[in-house]
Structures are given as structure tokens and as C-alpha cells.
Design a protein around this ligand. Structure first.
Ligand code: NAP
Length: 434
């Protein structure tokens, strides 16, 4: 029997479990740990609440959990409740699928002013992550600035600009909806330090901006290279650039009809934040591209900003005893192998790139590596040893069955038209599971 511990129950963790089930069938036992009492990681607290179809992948993960050879072990923090060394003594292989939950720091003068948040915080807040329940962003100013031109920036700009009616069918949490209802934001400036050809937003998501009820995208036609240059782009980027061009060339009669402007400000690198305890302005350095990199032209200007959300990428959280690559912000690894017996997948392996689906091949890949390293396993105790240790330490473990009760309670509490009202506090989750 092989014993595998997977740390993290998001897509990278579950796809790895699925791959291990496929490879070893009934000869493997897989424990999927999570520090939260609820599973699915980024699917629950990262994917936008108005993108329910993407969240549907959790039904596939549920099948994995309900198999005889895999189980969910919630409310256990590896590195605190149990160390990596202890887990290594119990399981033949440990797979770190812990994602990248920390914001890359903005690190600019003034970035400690009030009402400036990283996207991990803001997205966690509107998605009901217990760590960010108390965030309380002030949305009553007129100007928001979103830094970055990736899909997270797009999610944030879209969520900030939607009407209450547009959240029908979403599972945005009540505390976020209450604040968004009070929002007086009129401009959302999306700052990109490079140009349209370097955009990291994907076409489907970018296209959604065209049909928002009260917000419309604006792009400066002067930011584009000649249209012939689009031919050299990858098809996905070309499509996104095409959409940006359509936003830029909309007929005059179609502009300014909607009250909220989503303003793309390209070749614009944030240089400092100014305010009086809380942010009021972003100082921007105009850039031009030199060998694809943004270089300041020397021109500076200021944008009004009552709220700033920095969407510039994420970092994996270090775990004591696991080598960490500070520069890359993820575990130090060689194609998923940290050392024989210890592996990483998903964002913890490659950094915060790719879609949910990218994690599937990653999962199969790590399982092949494990198979090559550990053969048919050893006589480690696996889950029986963990259960004994958990009992000795008084760990309050949440099982998949408990989770199903939490899920039922969330579904029962849903406001009309919404799939669920999430618990946003760990104690409440645990109580509902009992
Ligand atoms: P991302 O795609 O890497 O975008 C990060 C953006 O931040 C880039 O525009 C980058 O500009 C900019 N940036 C980085 N450092 C900066 C700095 N110091 N100052 C100014 N700008 C800076 O990351 P993400 O948006 O966080 O998304 C993470 C991953 O999740 C991506 O693979 C994304 O596609 C995926 N995702 C997908 C969806 C979806 O499919 N619906 C939704 C959300 C996220 P440069 O290009 O110049 O570095």
C-alpha cells in the first residue's frame, strides 16, 4: 500500500489525487489536507463569484473524495498542527498543492496608506475567505485604480462595476454585496505598465466588459501599434487585442452612455501612492517598451484614487522545512520534485500562471515522478498514524461528510437566485459540520 499526503484541496491538490487514484487504484491511500474546514481552495475563494460555471469542476473533485482511497482532512495546518518531517515519517510521498495565497508586495512609497489592498485580500473578501472577512474596503469614493493587466485585474474591475442585479446567480457573499450596493465608484482605471500587445487578459473574460449594465470600457486609440503588427501575436492575445481595439474605436454616439468608466491606462507604471492616512492619488510614470521591458520616459502624472487594488501576482506561503525560492516566490523544485518523497504541484510549483485546467497535466506529471522515486512504497503507517497523532494533539478535523453538512447549510441559507451563502468564519463552518 502507498500512502500519499496532499497538502491543499484546490485544483492542483484534487487533480493530483485523481491522477494517483488512476495510477494505483486500490493500492493507494490519499489524504488531502486543508487548513480551512472547507475544500476546493481557489475554486471556492479565488474564482470570481459570477463565474459559477468554472466552479462546477468541484463536482469532479467530489467524486475523488467519495472514492474509498481518498479522503479530505480539513482544519489542519501543515507546518503548525503537524510538521513536514512528521508527515514524512507517516506517508511515502507528500505533495504540496498549497497555491500562492500571498499578494506580491507593491513595494512603492505610500503603499502602506489606507484603502490599498492586494487582490488576494479583496478577492478573498468578496469570496468569503475567513482570513479576509474583516477587510472592509471603502467603496464610497469616486475613483478606483486597479494595478495590473491580468485576469485578476479584470475580475476585480468587473466585480467593482456590477449592479446588484448582475450578481444574480453568483455566490458573492452578503457582506461584499452590502458594500457594493453603497459603492459610488465612477471610474475604475486599470493600469498596465506595458501596452496592448503585452496584455495578460484572456478574450472571454475581456469580452465580458462590453456588456456590463452600468460600466463601459475605454481604451486610448493612441496606445496601439499599427494593426498589421497584430498578425504576429499568439491567437489568444490577438483576440484580446482585437477586443481592446473595438473598445477604442467605438462610435462616439456609443460612449459615455453608462455612468461607470473602466479606463485602460497603458504604458503606465505606478511609481508612488499619496494620501492623508488613506490613499488619494496614484503617481504614475509613463513608460515605453525597450526590448519588451517597460522603461520610464521621465513623464510623471497623478491619477485620483480613493481605492487601490494591486493585482500584480501572488507568492506561495513558505512552510518550515521546505526549501523556498525567494526570487520566484514558490517552493524550490526541479519539475515538481523538491526532494525524493516531497513534491509540489500547481502554483506552488510553477508560480501563479495558467488556468484551472493547467493543473490536470501537472497532477499526472507529479504522480509519475512519485512513482519513479518510491516504487511500491514502504511500510509507513499512513492515515492510521496521522489519526493517532491528531487525536493525541486534539486536532479538530473536518471530514468530507462534515463538509457536505456545511455545504447543505450554505445552500439552505442562500438568498434567492444564489447557489449558496458561504460561512465566512471558521467556527461557524465547524459548527455547521457537526
Ligand atoms: P498575471 O496574469 O501574471 O498578471 C499580472 C499583471 O500584473 C500583469 O499585467 C503584469 O504586468 C502586472 N504587474 C506585475 N508586477 C507589476 C508591477 N510591479 N507594477 C505594475 N504591474 C505589474 O496574474 P493574475 O492576473 O494575478 O492571474 C494569475 C493567473 O490566474 C493567470 O494565469 C490568470 O490567467 C489566471 N486567472 C484566470 C482567470 C480566468 O480564466 N477567468 C481569472 C483569474 C485569474 P507585466 O506583464 O508587465 O509583468
Amino acid at each position: 500500500m502507498l500512502h500519499i499526503a496532499i497538502i491543499g484541496s484546490g485544483p492542483a491538490g484534487y487533480y493530483s489525487a485523481e491522477a494517483a487514484q488512476k495510477k494505483w487504484g486500490d493500492d493507494v491511500r490519499i489524504d488531502i489536507f486543508d487548513r480551512l474546514p472547507v475544500p476546493y481552495g481557489l475554486i471556492r475563494t479565488g474564482v470570481a463569484p459570477d463565474h459559477q460555471s468554472i466552479k462546477g469542476v468541484s463536482r469532479r473533485f467530489e467524486k475523488t473524495s467519495l472514492g474509498n482511497n481518498a479522503r479530505f482532512v480539513g482544519n489542519v495546518t501543515v507546518g503548525e498542527d503537524i510538521t513536514i518531517t512528521e508527515l514524512g515519517g507517516l506517508y511515502d510521498a507528500i505533495v504540496l498543492a498549497t497555491g500562492a495565497p500571498h499578494d506580491r508586495p507593491l513595494d512603492l512609497p505610500g503603499s502602506d496608506l489606507g484603502n490599498i489592498f492586494g487582490s488576494a485580500e479583496l478577492v478573498g473578501w468578496y469570496n468569503g475567505h475567513p482570513q479576509f472577512t474583516a477587510l472592509a474596503p471603502d467603496l464610497t469614493g469616486r475613483h478606483a485604480v486597479v494595478i495590473g493587466m491580468g485576469n485578476v485585474a479584470l475580475d476585480v474591475a468587473r466585480i467593482l462595476s456590477k449592479t446588484e442585479a448582475e450578481f444574480a446567480g453568483s455566490d458573492i457573499v452578503g457582506h461584499a454585496l452590502d458594500r457594493l450596493r453603497e459603492s459610488r465608484i465612477e471610474t475604475i482605471t486599470v493600469l498596465g505598465r506595458r501596452g496592448p500587445h503585452q496584455i495578460a487578459m484572456t478574450p472571454k473574460e475581456l469580452g465580458e466588459l462590453a456588456s456590463l449594465e452600468r460600466a463601459e470600457p475605454h481604451v486610448d486609440p493612441a496606445d496601439f501599434p499599427p494593426e498589421e503588427a497584430d498578425a504576429d501575436l499568439d491567437p489568444g492575445v490577438r483576440k484580446s487585442v482585437g477586443l481592446l481595439r473595438s473598445f477604442a474605436t467605438r462610435a462616439e454616439a456609443e460612449r459615455g452612455i453608462k455612468p461607470v468608466r473602466i479606463e485602460f491606462d497603458m504604458f503606465a507604471s505606478p511609481a508612488a501612492l499619496h494620501g492623508d492616512g488613506r490613499v488619494r492619488e496614484v503617481e504614475v510614470a509613463e513608460t515605453r517598451l525597450v526590448d519588451g521591458r517597460p522603461e520610464p520616459t521621465g513623464k510623471l502624472y497623478r491619477l485620483p484614487a480613493d481605492l487601490v487594488i494591486s493585482c500584480i501576482g501572488y507568492r506561495t506561503a513558505p512552510i518550515p522545512g521546505v526549501p523556498y525560492d525567494e526570487r520566484q516566490g514558490r517552493f524550490a523544485n526541479d519539475e515538481g520534485r523538491i526532494r525524493p518523497g516531497l513534491y509540489c504541484v500547481g502554483w506552488a510549483r510553477r508560480g501563479p500562471t495558467g488556468t484551472i485546467g493547467t493543473n490536470r497535466p501537472d497532477g499526472f506529471d507529479v504522480v509519475d515522478r512519485i512513482a519513479a522515486d518510491i516504487g511500491s512504497g514502504s511500510d509507513r503507517e499512513g492515515r492510521a498514524g496521522f489519526d493517532r497523532m491528531a487525536e493525541e494533539r486534539g486536532l479538530d478535523i473536518v471530514t468530507f461528510r462534515d463538509w457536505k453538512r456545511i455545504e447543505e447549510a450554505e445552500e439552505a441559507a442562500a438568498r434567492e437566485g444564489s447557489p449558496r451563502e458561504k460561512f465566512v468564519d471558521i467556527e461557524a463552518m465547524i459548527r455547521a459540520g457537526r
